[in-house]
Write a protein that binds this ligand. Structure first.
Ligand code: LER
Ligand code: MN
Length: 273
């Protein structure tokens, strides 16, 4: 039923929950050997990536690429859709468009996480939302020409002041009005923000384009107190056909976390698991 992936950073990154960093080929070999079906690739700047070499390397290990993460352009360079500087906003939009060709090759969703930015001092929430809507419209239109989908991730209040909940995400999607814009749900953020994780999954329904799993403490699933049998049953009941992607802290180390996660997830009492 579910296929499982895990986050791997292609370029150096400070983001802690990108589980694997460093030697990409060694990481891909290890992930494939652990029994994962795919890798979610975090790419800061696609212009610095050799597309052919990357596609071949991932292919060599028989892995799918269900999603491309873009948040490092925020984490490392400060790009965002809602910066008061129009040049920074433009650069953020262009950066998302630059991900489209590679996303199209893998049929991967492009993740819009922290690249949306935060409400900066001196900027009203209304102004930030209007920049965000305009940026998403432009990115969704560009992606649609290549049949690519975008997945906006509600992120907890300690990381952003824009779109913390599924409900806010769905309202934003309606305002943008693009069929190829959906949500990425992340159990770590949902545990902080949603009144009911399962209820919000049901509410998001067919708009769920991608799914991140981490436990309540952002360790691998099984290391905290989230009820993954219940959460993933709710996800399955929406008809979700995509990947469940592990985005958790590399603790006690990346290899142990990845091994424990896939063992735990594959043993859950889910239909056809
Ligand atoms: C990225 O997928 C995420 O979940 C955020 O916490 C990034 O900071
Ligand atoms: Mn996430």
């Amino acid at each position: 039923m579910f296929r499982y992936a895990i986050v791997v950073s292609v370029q150096p990154a400070r983001f802690e929950a990108a589980t694997f960093k460093g030697d990409l080929e060694a990481n891909l070999a290890e992930i494939a050997a652990l029994g994962y079906d795919g890798v979610e690739l975090a790419i800061r700047d696609p212009r610095q990536v050799d597309d052919e070499a990357l596609v071949q390397m991932v292919d060599k290990y028989g892995l799918a690429v269900p999603a491309i993460g873009t948040g490092q352009a925020w984490g490392e360079e400060g790009l965002s859709f809602t910066d008061p500087d129009p040049d920074v906003r433009r650069a953020a939009v262009e950066r998302v468009k630059q991900h489209v060709p590679l996303a199209a090759r893998w049929d991967a969703v492009i993740i819009i996480g922290l690249l949306r930015g935060v409400v900066r001092p001196g900027v009203s929430h209304e102004q930030a939302m209007s920049w965000l809507i305009a940026a998403l419209k432009e990115c969704a239109t560009a992606a649609a020409t290549a049949g690519v989908r975008l997945a906006l991730e509600p992120i907890n209040r300690y990381e952003t002041s824009l779109i913390n909940t599924v409900e806010e995400g769905l309202t934003l999607i309606e305002a943008v009005g693009a069929d190829n814009l959906g949500l990425l749900l992340d159990t770590f953020h949902m545990n902080i923000e949603e009144p009911s994780i399962e209820g919000s999954i049901r509410k998001a329904g067919k708009r769920i384009f991608h799914f991140h799993v981490a436990d309540s403490n952002r360790w691998y699933p099984g290391a905290g107190h989230l009820d993954f049998a219940s959460i993933l049953s709710a996800l399955a009941a929406t008809g979700y056909q995509g990947f469940v992607s592990g985005e958790f802290l590399p603790r006690p180390d990346a290899s142990t976390a990845a091994r424990e996660a896939i063992r735990f997830l594959r043993r859950l009492p889910l239909p056809h698991n």
